[in-house]
Design a binder for this molecule. Structure first.
Ligand SMILES: C[S@@+](CC[C@H](N)C(=O)[O-])C[C@H]1O[C@@H](n2cnc3c(N)ncnc32)[C@H](O)[C@@H]1O
Length: 275
């Protein structure tokens, strides 16, 4: 949106790269590359550990495509995640940052769990955008690809603001024509965090308990991992200080208020014809 406002999952790179080393992850799947900021860090990790990075994005930015042309060891699948799963081997870690809606994320997690189970590998997944605005509100890059019964009523031209479930026309946090937001936040089958809650509840019913940390910064990062992995205790120690951390949450809320104020100023400048 603007360079002033941080938004990438790569803001968590210290934590993610430490976790990848700790879990001795070699093969990594990234869902959602966009400009490739995180992809470059992951590719370097895979190169050093003799692993493979597979990056899935149906429409990455040109910057990612340019970078890919000189990093031929990285595999890019120009498909949606749910189309790509049939071609995927089990990975040691997954970065989930593609289409931020219940249907996509719930099924991504189901696929990740099934592929990992078949290969006998523990699950380690980092999920971005689990906080506001997508935690409890679907966002769609391509709403027509979501089956009708799972698709929330949505709009491209209205935005999310804090402390209010309904969108505001022409204002707030919005996708500028690139993505649509559900018109209402909350309720069943709505949002990334709701998808994770439902996945974890299903798993528990089936007898599997995952570890899960919620890091309330930069739109929220979730770390979901197998409690039976040999590295699970060390990973839990790494993420525990960040889990639902009150100071981080207060800073994020303040950042979001400032973020929305910047959007408001951009909208005012655009309305004056100076934006
Ligand atoms: C939020 S951006 C990813 C940002 C990137 N991970 C980063 O932090 O720098 C989301 C990306 O997901 C891609 N995308 C949209 N729908 C997708 C899907 N169903 N599967 C995989 N990627 C998808 C978009 O093209 C976009 O580039």
């Amino acid at each position: 949106m603007t360079g002033l406002l941080i938004h990438s999952v790569s803001e968590f790179s210290d934590l993610i790269m430490t976790a990848l080393r700790l879990a001795e992850a070699r093969d990594i799947v990234e869902i959602g590359a966009e400009y490739g900021g995180m992809s470059a860090l992951l590719a370097e990790h895979c190169r050093v550990s003799n692993g493979q990075l597979t990056s899935i994005d149906p429409a990455p930015k040109q910057e990612f495509r340019d970078w890919l042309s000189t990093n031929l060891h990285v595999r890019h699948l120009a498909k949606t995640s749910l189309e790509a799963f049939g071609e995927l081997e089990a990975a040691d870690a997954w970065i989930v940052d593609g289409d931020h809606n219940w249907y996509t994320v719930y099924h991504e997690l189901k696929q990740i769990a099934a592929i990992s189970r078949r290969a006998g590998k523990p699950v380690l997944a980092f999920l971005h955008d689990i906080g506001w605005p997508c935690g409890r509100r679907d966002m769609y890059y391509a709403p027509e690809q979501i089956p009708l019964e799972y698709r929330q009523p949505h709009r491209y031209d209205a935005g999310a603001i804090l402390d209010q479930p309904s969108l505001v026309p022409g204002r707030g946090f919005r996708g500028m024509g690139q993505s649509a937001f559900a018109t209402l936040a909350g309720g069943p089958r709505n949002g990334v965090m709701t998808a994770i809650d439902d996945f974890l509840a299903d798993a528990l019913r089936e007898g599997t308990e995952y570890g899960f940390a919620e890091i309330p910064a930069v739109f929220g990062l979730g770390v979901l991992f197998d409690m039976n992995a040999v590295w699970s205790e060390r990973l839990a120690e790494l993420v525990l200080p960040f889990h639902q951390n009150k100071l981080l949450r207060a800073l994020e809320t303040n950042r979001l208020r400032n973020y929305l104020r910047v959007i408001e100023m951009q909208d005012e400048a655009a309305a004056r014809g100076t934006g």
